[in-house]
Ligand binder design. Structure first.
Ligand SMILES: Nc1ncnc2c1ncn2[C@@H]1O[C@H](COP(=O)(O)OP(=O)(O)O)[C@@H](O)[C@H]1O
Ligand SMILES: O=P(O)(O)OC[C@H](O)CO
Length: 500
């Protein structure tokens, strides 16, 4: 019998990846492609669903071709994806009726303010675990139905399908045979009751969403389809789905309550496993479904930061200050401090724990002596400070100190950022050997779904630390920086509040 592999599709905000994992959870082959971002108006962010599919499909084909494997050597396929991003398509033609509205998009902020003013905050948090914000899918879906010509009529007739990116990819991989989403993705729509694990009728009514548009809810780890005959990918069991942050929690083996990871991708997302009960945050964090496995739902508490590695991408593409993301490390390391420059990258408002939809990016403390190196360092520090704010909120909710942080995601290749992070938090930061933890989590869920791995205890042995970053300075040296950061965030919020 030839050795089999698990294929994970990781559809992120900036790129699509396909990764083959072996039985030891090691990467055997990888292909990756960036795709375009569209910013049609200030605060709007869109993707083309066909480009999402085309890049995802091409990396999958490339990965298989490079490996030389045939489909019967693939034991299962797992999907993990940028969450909340909202796609609506025609069931009959599979044609999207609008571009994907991305999680970072702010176009529904005013409607969210209205919902808050009408007193919906507590009820929505109680049911969904979420804080009302344009971030989640429900208001994006409502916007499409209200603004795309003919959409509502078609939706009422049952002709349209809604899905997050996992739903879209599952639809495309099966030629429209399945219209599904797993509970971890569904919990990000603001339409799911996380206690019952069902779509919530009251919320569907509030957002005026016809139930016929909604995908079927499935567990995160179970065979739900096989791939259709598209090039070399026919008949692979599709057996795992999870939102990328929950998949990373699984891939980091945070499978016991109290375990925490932080992922540094486009945004930063810290999740704590809270076991089989949702914990309602008193400190502006989210309560969300981590996964449904073996018929049991595991919950997580989450701090979502909208701009993490994206600030580096902005310096690269927007300001053209660097040519490659990796160049930021040398540039930022060329100065030992920012000379009191603070950047608040609230490009898409502020997420946890501030939740200000109207805040925007800002930079304080610039003098005639400020160079691009200071700005580069301030950008990296801004990522670390935002993570600190979320970690403090999580510690307050948990009533326990977090004594070590497991990290992953594209920006964790930056050793300087990891060192700054450890200094700011004054705790060790641990990077695992497999950086592609998100994809690994999806592979694990798919592999467990087909019995490739017998149970979680088998995969638990596979997690290995690559590098520890320990604090290299005293807390007293960091304290003035933290004060400066807090002033900068407050000023950014005050600027937004002054306008509203
Ligand atoms: N060396 C680096 N230093 C800091 N940020 C980086 C570095 N390399 C990549 N990044 C950032 O990491 C992000 C990509 O990480 P990834 O995990 O692929 O994100 P996503 O899944 O959101 O697309 C980008 O925003 C990029 O700017
Ligand atoms: O694309 P990422 O990895 O930054 O993840 C995006 C999140 O899923 C948004 O909630």
């Amino acid at each position: 019998m030839p050795e089999k592999y698990i294929l994970a599709l990781d559809q992120g905000t900036t790129s699509s990846r396909a990764i083959l994992f072996d039985r030891n959870g090691q990467i055997s082959q990888l292909a990756q492609k960036e795709f375009p971002q569209y910013y049609p108006q200030s605060g709007w962010v869109e993707h083309d669903p066909e480009e999402i599919w085309a890049t995802q499909f091409s990396v999958m084909a490339e990965c298989l071709a490079k490996s030389g494997l045939t489909t019967n050597e693939i034991a299962a396929l797992g999907i993990t994806n940028q969450r909340e991003t909202t796609i609506v398509w025609e069931k009959s033609s599979s044609r999207p009726i609008y571009r994907a509205i991305v999680w970072q998009d702010r176009r529904t902020s005013a409607y969210c303010d209205q919902l808050k003013a009408e007193g919906w905050s507590a009820r929505i948090q109680e049911k969904t675990g979420l804080i009302i914000d344009a971030y989640f899918s429900a208001t994006k879906l409502k916007w499409i139905l209200d603004n795309v010509s003919g959409a509502r009529e078609q939706a009422v007739k049952g002709e349209l399908a809604f899905g997050t990116v996992d739903t879209w990819l599952s639809w495309k991989l099966t030629n429209g045979k399945v219209h599904v989403t797993d509970l971890s993705n569904a919990s990000r729509t603001m339409l799911l009751n996380i206690h019952t694990g069902e779509w919530d009728e009251e919320l569907l009514k509030l957002f005026d969403i016809p139930a016929s548009m909604l995908p079927e809810l499935i567990p995160s780890s179970k065979v739900y389809a096989v791939t259709e005959s598209i090039v070399k990918t026919a008949n692979i069991p599709m057996a795992g789905i999870a939102g990328d942050q929950q998949a990373a929690l699984f891939g980091q083996q945070c499978i016991n309550p109290g375990m925490v990871k932080n992922t540094y991708g486009t945004g930063c997302f810290m999740l704590m496993n809270t076991g089989e009960q949702p914990v309602m945050s008193r400190n502006n964090l989210l309560s969300t479904i981590a996964w449904k496995l073996n018929n049991r739902i595991t919950y997580a508490m989450e701090g979502s930061i909208f701009i993490g590695g994206a600030v580096v991408q902005w310096l690269r593409d927007g300001l053209q200050m660097i040519r490659k993301s990796s160049e930021i490390e040398t540039l930022a390391a060329s100065v030992s401090t920012t000379e009191n420059v603070f950047m608040v990258p609230a490009f898409a408002g502020l997420g946890a724990p501030h939740w200000n939809q109207h805040a925007r990016g800002t930079c304080f403390g610039i003098t005639r002596g400020t160079t691009k190196a200071h700005l580069a360092r301030a950008a990296l520090e801004s990522i670390a400070f935002q993570v600190m704010d979320v970690l403090k909120a999580m510690e307050a909710d948990a009533g326990l100190p977090i004594s070590e942080l497991r990290v992953d995601g594209g920006a964790t290749t930056n050793n300087l950022l990891m060192q700054i992070q450890s200094n700011v938090l004054q705790v060790p930061v641990v990077r695992p050997t497999v950086y592609e933890t998100t994809a690994l989590g999806a592979a694990y869920l798919a592999g467990l779904g087909v019995g490739y791995w017998e149970d979680v205890h088998v995969i638990q042995q596979q997690w290995q630390a690559d590098q520890h970053f320990y604090p290299s300075c005293a807390a007293s040296e960091i304290a003035p920086l933290i004060r400066g950061w807090k002033r900068a965030v407050n000023a950014s919020i005050a600027w937004a509040n002054d306008e509203s």
